[in-house]
Design a protein around this ligand. Structure first.
Ligand SMILES: Cc1cc2nc3c(=O)[nH]c(=O)nc-3n(C[C@H](O)[C@H](O)[C@H](O)COP(=O)(O)OP(=O)(O)OC[C@H]3O[C@@H](n4cnc5c(N)ncnc54)[C@H](O)[C@@H]3O)c2cc1C
Length: 277
């Protein structure tokens, strides 16, 4: 399915941002490959848009939405998942098949592809710890099999060592011993400390070495501080909430204000975790 001038606010959890000139939702890998072979425009790959801020000016290129690449298969001991599968669904599928280790993913509202791109993590675990292999597609539509050693993987960052490829699926090894962590308890822990359910992108800033971004922001008196419709959450200072029809510019202005304040007070540079397009 190909649409034009699609508002990205519909596809980003911050609910802000301009339009993408083209929006393509492939139904399967062949369709995606055929499309890429002909395409000459810049590409933006989007999963659940839970870590994306698209500027108000929009994106002059093709946004590829992975929503329909959502197959889930049990392969002997491993689980294969399409890039568009939600992490919550992957986590439920693993548990239903008596596979343990994926519980932490239930608390992250992203897709498998987005989580691989971000090396998403929670409760002390990160997604790449469980990856056996991934399938990628390049901008010429060629599909490759890659391994964790093909990437530089660090805190909320995954960089391909050789080329620029997009994730289309992954094989996971969730074969830990049964965990004491119960998914409902993890979600409860999360809901009690974070403003879940409001339009946000989760943590806006990476934690600087030896510090927590939320503590630095809170101790600078910025909880509740707003620019336009964008506000620092009262519940968790590393969250920005789109409280009142914020534009992406409001959100970026608030990000810049927080960065300036922390730099002046602590001489620390806060780096964004969210991706700005
Ligand atoms: C309430 C809330 C709580 C959150 N909590 C956490 C948390 O605990 N831990 C955590 O790590 N994150 C957290 N996040 C952030 C976010 O959920 C994760 O980063 C998630 O992995 C992003 O997945 P996505 O599908 O939404 O990616 P998107 O936001 O769609 O994209 C993020 C980046 O990945 C790229 N990308 C997306 N799909 C692909 C693909 N198939 N191939 C290549 N690149 C791709 C995009 O181009 C973009 O650069 C939270 C967000 C919210 C809103």
């Amino acid at each position: 399915m190909l649409r034009f001038n699609e508002p990205m606010s519909k596809h980003c959890s911050l609910r802000s941002g301009g339009k993408t000139s083209a929006f393509f939702q492939p139904t399967n890998l062949n369709e995606l490959s055929t499309f890429l072979k002909k395409n000459k425009k810049p590409i933006l790959m989007v999963g659940l848009g839970s870590n994306l801020l698209v500027r108000d000016i929009g994106f002059d290129g093709v946004t590829i939405h992975t929503k329909n690449l959502k197959e889930l298969n049990l392969l002997d001991n491993f689980i294969e998942s399409g890039a568009g599968t939600s992490l919550a669904k992957l986590s439920r599928f693993a548990l239903a098949n008596f596979k343990y280790g994926a519980e932490f993913l239930s608390a992250i509202p992203g897709s498998v592809g987005g989580a691989l791109a971000m090396n998403a993590g929670a409760f002390g675990s990160e997604i790449w710890k469980y990856v056996v292999s991934v399938k990628t597609i390049n901008f010429s539509g060629e599909i490759k099999e890659r391994y964790p050693s093909d990437f530089e993987i660090s805190y909320r960052s995954t960089v391909h060592k050789n080329s620029n490829e997009l994730f289309v699926s992954a094989v996971f090894n969730f074969n830990l011993k049964k965990q004491n962590d119960n998914v409902a308890d993890l979600l409860e822990k999360r809901n009690s400390t974070q403003p879940i359910g409001l339009p946000s992108c989760g943590s806006v800033f990476k934690n600087p070495k030896n510090y927590f971004a939320a503590e630095l922001i809170e101790s600078s008196g910025l909880k509740g501080y707003c620019i336009g419709g964008a506000c620092v959450s009262e519940k968790h200072a590393n969250y920005i909430i789109n409280q009142n029809n914020a534009t992406s510019q409001d959100i970026e202005n608030l990000i810049a204000h927080i960065q300036d304040t922390i730099k002046k007070k602590y001489l620390i540079d806060l780096e964004t975790e969210l991706i700005i397009i």
